[in-house]
Write a protein that binds this ligand. Structure first.
Ligand code: FAD
Ligand code: SIN
Length: 531
């Protein structure tokens, strides 16, 4: 199969890019691949909303820029921040034009919410299901463009580069070029090659590397792992954002239901088991301090009191207003016996967002020719050491647009030799799935226990040693087995775990989301850890 534009991922980044290139060049083909169904994305689960300077009377670009830089703790690229903040409102207007609905107040103006680290109300939202609404609008728009094809259940295994033409490719090789991908078609079970002039990676996050995450199961860091294997650059992987308030459900592992920060924006108060509103002891911004501070404060309270969670108190809310703004959360709480007017909501931090990722320039270009990246899998310089709430949907749209513009201007580059078919010689169907499922459990456990919110050198070293062993075992399995999505995801997650641990070990300081008790201070040296 060949295509002009190949898009891997159908979340906000992939679909925005697909629309842009398809509209600009209707004679060219755009192929979007997803590993499950088109709407099963991190995007669909976004709750709080999308940040943007909307109300010019109180807000300004400079305020949003400052808030982003403060949260990023010295590591944001100021040029990226300025571009995203200033171009963001135009992108939001565009998706409104494509049919996305955001809530309005009684005067017909957009109703703007507040989240941690924002100095003004600037979050546009659709109830507490903003991402679902944006994903719906994007899929609807895509369906109107005949040159876009979406193929579901198509698992991308590897990027095709000169390596597959028989050349030795190393990190130092100049002009590594992406010619397309090998995919496992989950319907036919065949491995196919797709040759593309330009490829965009929009594969989303990697929360599944941890035992408890707000991310859906698709978030396994595939794009980052593929780029790393193809010898492209990946950076700042140690900055994993833990959302402070995932719903705590006894015995639950894997996907945790999020209680959006917008609930604290509307006045929700965090309390420990003694009923104390503890955030005032940690930060003057209390419950609306940036996420790294709130997550660490909760972690500390849980450790001091020997508990598995704290509480979010919404008992003082007007219930009708709560239901109006947060119907999804209200229903979820009710379904497990929590009446928010009488009961406090048990919450605990969960892995939520990857601030680092595939290194890109200001136009979404990666260090591999003909390969772009946007959305959560990319590291554009916007988030630095900690992402400001609701900045990621914004970044995804701005960078999808920028990558589309750059892709349209990039001349084609043809491979120097015939791209070979996938070579599956010497592989057999694995007899025991337990080898894969058990390794995954081990990975998630070690990442949660040793590479969580608070880190130290001994724990990181332990994690590193255990990851080395898992890596050896799983590479052997990969070499000898017919590939399956489970095996590929496990392999990718081990690579991502390795990158997070290496980033954490190389960073001899505590900054933003990375807190190492052996280096509690910030270093004077501002650096990105590039792997
Ligand atoms: P995704 O939307 O995750 O899409 C990834 C796509 O890649 C999927 O289609 C998947 O099938 C595909 N894919 C991955 N690997 C492969 C492969 N190997 N082969 C084929 N396809 C593949 N951000 C905000 O700004 N505001 C919020 O309110 C907000 N709330 C959030 C709430 C939750 C619960 C979560 C989890 C995240 C939230 N975020 C929020 C973060 C934000 O939703 C994500 O960062 C963003 O949606 C990521 O979009 P994306 O397009 O990069 O990737
Ligand atoms: C939330 O709604 O709390 C999540 C917002 C985000 O991750 O940006």
């Amino acid at each position: 199969m060949t295509t002009d534009f190949l898009v891997i991922g159908s979340g906000i980044a992939g679909l925005t890019y697909a629309v842009k290139v398809a509209e600009a060049q209707p004679q060219k083909s755009v192929l979007v691949l997803t590993k499950t169904t088109a709407d099963e994305t991190n995007t669909k689960y976004a709750q709080g909303g999308i940040a943007g300077v909307w109300n010019d009377e109180n807000d300004s670009f400079n305020k949003h820029i400052d808030d982003t830089l403060v949260a990023g703790d010295g590591l944001c690229n100021p040029t990226t921040v300025e571009a995203v903040v200033k171009e963001g409102p135009e992108r939001i207007r565009e998706i409104i034009g494509w049919g996305a609905n955001f809530d309005k107040d009684d005067d017909g103006d957009y109703s703007l919410g507040r989240e941690g680290g924002h100095s003004e109300d600037r979050i546009l939202h659709h109830k507490d299901v903003t991402g679902k609404e944006m994903e719906r609008a994007l899929l609807h728009k895509v369906a109107t463009l005949p040159n876009i094809t979406i193929i579901n259940h198509c698992f991308v295994i590897e990027l095709i580069t000169q390596h597959h033409l028989g050349y030795l490719v190393m990190k130092t090789t100049p002009n590594i070029t992406c010619y397309g991908v090998y995919v496992l078609n989950l319907k036919t079970k065949e491995i196919e090659k797709i040759v593309a002039t330009t490829t965009l990676l929009a594969t989303g996050g990697n929360g599944s590397v941890y035992r408890t995450t707000t991310n859906p199961a698709i978030a396994t860091g595939d794009g980052v792992a593929m780029v790393y294997r193809a010898k492209g650059r990946v950076e700042n992987m140690e900055f994993i954002q833990f959302h402070p308030t995932a719903l705590f459900e006894q015995g639950l592992k894997g996907h945790a239901f999020l209680i959006t920060e917008a609930v604290r924006g509307d006045g929700g108060i965090l309390r420990n088991h003694k009923g104390e509103a503890f955030m005032e002891r940690y930060d003057s911004r209390k419950d609306l301090a940036p996420r790294d501070i709130v997550a660490r404060a909760i972690d500390s309270e849980m450790k001091i009191n020997g508990t598995e969670h704290v509480f979010l108190d919404c008992r003082h809310f007007d219930v009708e207003k709560f239901i109006h703004h947060f119907p999804n959360i209200y229903d979820k709480c009710k379904s497990i016996g929590i009446d928010i007017s009488r009961d406090m909501i048990p919450v605990a931090p969960a892995a939520h967002y990857s601030c680092g990722g595939i290194q890109t320039n200001l136009h979404g270009a990666t260090t591999i020719n003909q390969l772009f990246a946007a959305g959560e899998c990319a590291s554009t310089g916007l988030h630095g050491a900690n992402r400001l709430a609701s900045n990621s949907l914004l970044e995804a749209m701005v960078f999808a647009h920028r990558a589309a513009q750059a892709s349209l201007a990039t001349p084609a580059s043809t491979p120097t030799a015939e791209i070979p078919d996938w070579d599956a010689r010497g592989t057999t169907t694995p007899r025991e799935m337990i080898l894969i499922t058990q390794s995954l459990k081990e990975l998630q456990l070690l990442m949660s226990d040793y590479v969580g919110i608070v880190r130290n050198n001994v724990r990181l070293e332990r994690a590193s040693r255990r990851l080395d062993l898992l890596h050896l075992e799983v590479e052997e399995l990969y070499r000898t087995s017919k590939v399956s999505p489970q095996l590929c995801e496990l392999r990718n997650m081990i690579t991502v775990g390795y990158l997070i641990v290496k980033g954490a070990q190389f960073r001899h300081e505590s900054r933003g989301l990375h807190f190492n008790t052996d280096y509690p201070q910030k270093s004077a040296l501002l650096q990105n850890i590039v792997l």
